[in-house]
Design a protein around this ligand. Sequence first.
Ligand code: MG
Length: 261
Amino acid sequence: MSVINQASLSAIRYLLTDVDDTLTTDGQLLPETLTAIYHLHEAGVQVIPVTGACAGWCDHMVRAWPVSAVIGESGAFYKIYRSEKRLMHIGWYDDAELRRRQAEVIDVIKRELMPHYQDLRFAQDQVYRVADVALDIGQDREPLPQQQIRELLRLLTQCGVQARASSIHINAWRGDFGKFPMALRLLRNEFNLDDEQILNQVAFIGDSANDESMFAGLKYTFGVANIAQWLTDMRHHPAVLLEQPRGLGFVELADRLLEAR
Ligand SMILES: [Mg+2]
């Protein structure tokens, strides 16, 4: 924690957070992690999940959790209540364009990847996705070897598809959106932050290579301890590595932020 001092921590008003294996622990939201989100919310730190999770999951999070907004499907959209009873779903492109691009990516995967990788399959939540495409690399199966994950990412990139690996999925999409571009759009358009406020008031916590754009773009970034296995595959690392893994790493950071206030 030494590289980010108390004064800097006390200025943070927005905590953007990955979900899978950052908030969750073995797929579950621990009571202490959910409590930490409540404590941050009550202290005036706005928590915003930024995730590869499907639209269905994001709909649940923004409705049921004490969060200020949710960015989903690797930055394809965000969801936010502009007032009570007015939940907005804002896409990077319009819905039809997102669907058109999603269908293209599904075709590429079926044509170019699946014939060579017989046991490759879409994530179970693919039917709840409105924009991106998720391949299961460890959610409901034995984890694929890292070498195979790297190969799949390379093949997708060669096919003109953006692809990032989280701890459970490869997320694949066509378009110029991503976690960080959508985070900027959300913070500017909905929270009216300028670039200096984004630099000084926003922190991010994540666990995987698909969080890399957030580590690259923001100043105050944190990695839960389980990020260690992915660091060699990443060019941009979090500024601070936490001691605890997964949801307990989130609690560790929440305690530091609350202490600093
Ligand atoms: Mg994750």
